[in-house]
Design a protein around this ligand. Structure first.
Ligand code: NDP
Length: 284
């Protein structure tokens, strides 16, 4: 089975590379943005023509949430046109597409974890482009999985955990937002869940495959403040951390106050077991 991973140098892309040797029956093609620019339709089509691909995992994205407010066209190209190109090429070549989306498709007005069927209403440009990207996938291929995830961190690339550890080495105290609630996701756990979906789909052969949208994050609930405190605790970093409201830390992009994801569907459909975010952070 040949699996194309786009955006291979990003956090998720590198996390899939990290676990790839556990899947001896899979041949991976890891394509960075230099190898394959997903916004270039001809390049995407040629890539699929020259490589026999069975699964495409789209780990490529425009992820600069605040910058997207001013770089809307670039965000749209990568988050909407890119997945559309991949969906069309996958369909033409009989490949299945696993596309990654975000909790930021929701507005945070809910008081219970979001299920896959809950109404979307993105508050910022990034969330809107990701939602439009989901639609572009759904419009162009039937054999797709869209995985919505949240607060992704890893030992690779840039993320909240790395930023916290860097800031702690530069400052004596930090003020962290405590009224935005969600759940961190270890990118390696996400990578493993994606590969479980690939294996399950391969085993079940088309008849029983339940394509569609799935939520995935680690279990448990946190604010950014809680997440920061836990990061410092397990790394033995001693620093004053102060909880602050969102209003005290204004950002160009508005963020949902609540974006916890209900993971029942992915657990029940694929038998995926999910660690708590604290347990997973400890293993990073
Ligand atoms: P990263 O920002 O770490 O990686 C994204 C990758 O996409 C980069 O390697 C980048 O390459 C690549 N890329 C950008 N433009 C193109 C292009 N035109 N063609 C091909 N590749 C391109 O993202 P993550 O790994 O953190 O995110 C993975 C997925 O998870 C994304 O879909 C994201 O929206 C989603 N997600 C992420 C969250 C997070 O907190 N990070 C939260 C919720 C969802 P280069 O570096 O060369 O530009």
């Amino acid at each position: 089975m040949v699996i194309l991973v786009t955006g291979a140098s990003g956090q998720l892309g590198q996390s899939i590379q990290f676990i790839a040797s556990n899947y001896a029956d899979c041949e991976f093609i890891f394509a960075s943005s230099q190898d394959l620019d997903i916004t270039n339709q001809d390049r995407v089509n040629n890539f699929f023509d020259t490589n026999k691909i069975n699964f495409c995992i789209n780990a490529a994205a425009y992820t600069a949430v605040d910058k997207a407010e001013s770089e809307t066209e670039k965000a749209e190209a990568i988050n909407v046109v890119g997945p559309k190109n991949l969906a069309i090429a996958c369909k033409k070549n009989n490949a299945k597409l696993i596309h990654i989306s975000t909790d930021f498709v929701f507005d945070g007005a809910s008081n219970k974890p979001y299920s896959e069927t809950d109404e979307t209403n993105p508050l910022n440009i990034y969330g809107k482009t990701k939602l439009d990207g989901e639609q572009a996938v759904r419009d162009n291929i039937d054999e797709y999985f869209i995985i919505r995830t949240s607060w992704v961190y890893s030992q690779f690339g840039n993320n909240f955990m790395k930023t916290m550890l860097r800031l702690a080495s530069e400052r004596d105290s930090l003020s962290i937002v405590s009224d935005q609630i969600g759940s961190p996701t270890n990118a390696v756990d996400l990578a493993k869940a994606i590969m479980q979906i690939v294996s399950h789909t391969e085993r079940s052969r088309s008849a029983n495959t339940q394509y569609g949208i799935y939520n995935f994050s680690n279990e448990g609930i946190a604010s950014w403040y809680d997440f920061a405190v836990e990061i410092f605790k397990i790394n033995n970093v001693v620093i004053d951390v102060n909880p602050i409201p969102t209003e005290a830390f204004p950002t160009p992009a508005k963020r949902p106050k609540y974006s916890l994801l209900d993971k029942s569907k992915i657990k029940n459909t694929f038998g995926i077991e999910i660690k708590t975010w604290q347990e997973s952070l400890l293993q990073t």
